[in-house]
Design a binder for this molecule. Structure first.
Ligand SMILES: NC(=O)c1ccc[n+]([C@@H]2O[C@H](COP(=O)([O-])OP(=O)(O)OC[C@H]3O[C@@H](n4cnc5c(N)ncnc54)[C@H](OP(=O)(O)O)[C@@H]3O)[C@@H](O)[C@H]2O)c1
Length: 272
């Protein structure tokens, strides 16, 4: 009989009713992890719950907006009520945006920071005392756009960079309590139909399908998150271009800038 060290662990995955968060939930459920799904739409959560329950019936949904302090606290409290502990908090909620700085309504920055930075800060703070007990993991889902600022995504890039500073501080503060903190820089990934981003004027923007593009699958991203947790690594960078960027950016930032300026049309294409 093989020993599965993940059996019976408890994971909260924020923003897991679809996309990468859902793939992470399915991946962990298949390994016997008890799952707390989160999103703001109960119907969507219920549909995802059915899929997850086929792999592990111990799945609970908490419908709440993690960019609101009290709702994030409820996410943590309800997890403790239902499962009694937290082993993994996976801060996955993140919203993208499009538009050059000159054209962006400043409110867009607030909306993006509310979900991408504060939406990770608010669940993390009340979870820390529980994660100390299990010597668990806090995972932050970042983006290659969090390694270097790129055109037309300034609010998104800056929110993901802020996430890194937050993750670094917690690693140092909680090292003595053996909490693992992981930061995953995800490359362009397949998206579900109707994935939303925020346009320069603050309105909702439906992103074009990436079915015909060479992008990572959500399952692949989920596997790398699992590896990060298993090995208790700090940083995981996905895709070869991502790893090259992570290597060059701190050493040769002007070279990276030149490469981006030369290929700026490709960024235009990816905006869609
Ligand atoms: N897809 C990519 O190409 C890509 C690339 C790099 C990094 N990432 C990062 O990966 C993460 C997931 O991206 P994704 O593409 O899978 O996103 P997605 O398909 O848009 O899914 C986002 C999930 O989060 C939920 N959500 C959004 N705001 C929320 C909030 N305030 N409170 C609670 N739930 C919320 C959504 O459900 P409701 O709308 O029903 O609440 C949904 O379940 C993000 O952090 C993103 O920045 C994605």
């Amino acid at each position: 009989m093989s020993f599965n060290k993940f059996e019976g662990k408890v994971a909260i995955i924020t923003g897991s009713s679809r996309g990468i968060g859902k793939a992470i939930a399915l991946n962990l459920a298949a390994k016997g992890v008890n799952i707390v799904l989160n999103g703001r739409d109960q119907e969507r959560l219920d549909l995802t719950k059915i899929e997850v329950a086929k792999l592990n019936p111990r799945v609970h949904t908490v419908c709440c907006d993690v960019s609101i302090i009290e709702e994030s606290k409820r996410l943590i409290d309800e997890t403790i009520e239902v499962f009694g502990k937290i082993d993994f908090l996976i801060n996955n909620v993140g919203v993208s945006m499009r538009g050059n700085v000159a054209d962006v309504n400043p409110e867009v920055f607030k909306t993006i920071f509310d979900s991408n930075l504060l939406g990770a800060v608010y669940p993390t703070i009340p979870a820390i005392k529980h994660l100390r007990e299990t010597k668990g993991s806090i995972i932050f889902i970042s983006s290659l756009a969090g390694i270097r600022g790129i055109p037309a995504m300034s609010a998104y890039c800056s929110s993901k960079m802020a996430l890194r500073a937050f993750a670094e501080s917690i690693r140092l503060e909680e090292a003595k309590n053996q909490i693992h903190v992981g930061l995953i820089f995800v490359g362009i990934t397949d998206i579900e139909h109707n994935k939303e981003a925020i346009a320069a004027d603050g309105s909702k923007l439906i992103l074009a399908s990436r079915k015909d593009k060479k992008v990572q699958s959500t399952e692949y991203v989920a596997q790398t998150v699992f590896k990060n947790i298993s090995k208790r690594k700090f940083i995981t960078v996905l895709t070869s271009i991502g790893r090259l960027n992570a290597f060059l950016q701190p050493r040769f930032p002007m070279l990276v800038e030149k490469i981006i300026l030369k290929n700026i049309h490709k960024f235009e294409e990816h905006r869609k």
